[in-house]
Design a protein around this ligand. Structure first.
Ligand code: NDP
Ligand code: OXD
Length: 321
């Protein structure tokens, strides 16, 4: 159920901006350049918190939304909104807006293609053999012999599935509701997940983190995958039961994993993700928000907010994404 923000006849909109990655000022300047009649202040230096209309945030600290008592919407500076949905002070009816693509789909396609080729062309095995000074060419598989499953067929998953399929890999995609995509087999629901896992030599994860997806990548899924299959998780660390992945790698049920995310970021120094030979670990860089595209989306939504029209890319609070 999407809710419409109340229309209010305001000339100037007031925004509170906060980005936990230290780029709050960059966002503030970009928003001011894109949106006429916007007053944007940096959290927590807000002159009249009760008169702020919108929060624009990446990982807002607890207490920020509660202090902005007149908020009409909160905008995520990323595609994911789990950092907002988890806030204990998130008002139940406040519209939560996410970014859709905003330059991320193209980067995500590149990241996943790298991961897929890592396993498809045996770069993981050559890397291991190199440390033993082993010079051992392997036969090259055809693309149609490496089956790929893509979990999540939204803005990013559908772009990735389409690109891999266009490249000649057989792709099956999985979503919550049944979806149709050109030239891509699709499945939905829990039974669909079992079937997708069973036929994925490489499983790519592009699901949002919600109550239904937390811990979804676990031993049961890994046991269903073909022996020697691989995982690419570029969504959220909490989707994965990390101990189950490590056990699956140690027993050779899985051959390797490319991970852009972890339950704790960065993982603590002693975490096995840092030094496990079967894991490629990157610091949450698969796809970064492009500021220009993001500001265009926010500007369009602020024009809608002013005129009382429904906002774009609004999260369905009940389903969590
Ligand atoms: P979307 O909301 O566009 O798509 C989400 C997809 O996941 C939809 O296809 C949806 O199904 C599916 N889905 C959600 N819940 C379930 C479920 N319980 N069972 C099956 N399918 C489900 O998200 P995006 O594509 O924009 O982004 C996906 C995620 O990628 C983000 O939430 C974020 O966590 C992560 N991300 C990571 C980045 C990085 O750099 N590592 C960068 C950007 C995003 P349906 O189609 O039926 O609705
Ligand atoms: C996002 C991310 O959700 O970068 O946009 O993780």
């Amino acid at each position: 159920m999407t809710t419409h923000p109340p229309s209010r006849n305001v000339g100037v909109l007031r925004a509170a901006v906060y980005s936990a990655d230290g780029r709050s000022s960059t966002w503030q300047q970009a928003l001011l350049a894109h949106v006429p009649d916007l007053e944007a202040e940096l959290w927590p230096e807000i002159a009249r918190p009760g008169e702020v209309d919108i929060a624009v945030a990446w990982h807002p600290p607890p207490g920020m939304l509660a202090a902005l008592s007149g908020l009409r919407a909160v905008f995520s500076l990323g595609a994911g909104v789990d950092h907002i949905m988890a806030l204990p002070d998130l008002p139940p009816d406040l519209p939560v807006i996410r970014l859709e693509d905003a330059g991320m789909a193209e980067q995500m396609v590149e990241y996943v293609l790298y991961g897929v080729l890592h396993f498809h062309r045996d770069f993981d095995r050559y890397q291991t053999e190199r440390s033993a000074a082993l010079w051992q060419p392997r036969p090259v598989r055809r693309r149609n012999e490496t089956r790929i499953g893509v979990l999540g067929l939204g803005a990013l998953g559908a772009a990735v599935a389409g690109a891999l399929s266009g490249f000649g890999f057989p792709v099956v995609g999985w979503s919550r509701k049944p979806r149709r995509l050109d030239a891509i087999e699709t499945a939905a629901g829990r039974a669909g997940l079992k079937a997708v896992a069973a036929r994925s030599d490489i499983l790519v994860v592009l699901l949002p983190l919600t109550g239904s997806t937390r811990g979804l990548l676990n031993r049961r899924v890994f046991d269903r995958m073909p022996p020697g299959a691989a995982l690419i998780n570029c969504a959220r660390g909490e989707l994965l039961v990390e101990e189950d992945l490590l056990a699956a790698l140690d027993s050779d049920q899985l051959r390797g994993a490319v991970l852009d995310v972890a339950r704790q970021e960065p993982p603590p120094p002693e975490h096995r993700f840092w030094y496990h030979s079967g894991i490629v670990l990157t610091p949450h860089i698969a796809a970064a928000t492009r500021i220009e595209e993001a500001c265009d989306q926010i500007a369009e939504n602020l024009a809608r907010l002013r005129s009382g029209r429904p906002l774009l890319h609004q999260v369905e609070r009940a389903r969590g994404y």
